[in-house]
Ligand binder design. Sequence first.
Ligand code: SAH
Length: 210
Amino acid sequence: MPQTNEKLVEKLLEEGRIKTEEVKNSFLRTDRSKFVPEDKQKYSYIDRPIPIAEGQTISAPHMVAMMTEELDLEKDSKIMEIGTGSGYQAAILAEIATKGEIHTIETVETLYTQSKEKLKDYNNVEVYKGDGSRGIPEAAPFNRIISTCGSPGIPEPWKEQLEEKGIIVAPVGGQRHQTLKKYKKINGEVKEQKVSIPCAFVPMKGEHGF
Ligand code: SAH
């Protein structure tokens, strides 16, 4: 069982979940324990989801790694994340898109407040409170969209708020089990790419959720 953040990163590299130098460095710079609740600190470096508050979870590190790799980030990517949760995924994105912007939205008030505090030192991250199933119209358009809650499909507003050649990575399916999917906007149309990974995220609430 990994006992340090470095050991966790080593394990993710060995398993091929972390593939690129950028994602590796981002994981090394982001200590997961900062985003894990006080009473669950001892699980920080284990590759499993951890309950945070309000029945929500911080995703397993291998899932964060896979989704981050699939996003094909650039230094100046402008990203929307739906489901800030603990703020861990947003911090990972912020360490890669250092010249970009991360707009992350959370519907649960307490999680919004906590993650806003934890992410306050990142000058490229903006945390919003609201229904991310509608996207974030005031900050659109984006060239990357990542959802960390499961949705029944890709909401229309996300498609509209995505730039040409932009990428969406999101778990799509049922309330308990979904498939991690990837989409690209080509000639104005959001087309599914060849990525299909079984996963289990908490369900997305809101207008276009469950
Ligand atoms: N990215 C998070 C994982 C959070 S779990 C992390 O790294 O810790 C998914 C989160 O999505 C939960 O916190 C849940 O409250 C939130 N969520 C569910 N429906 C939502 C919606 N419609 N808009 C924004 N956030 C939502």
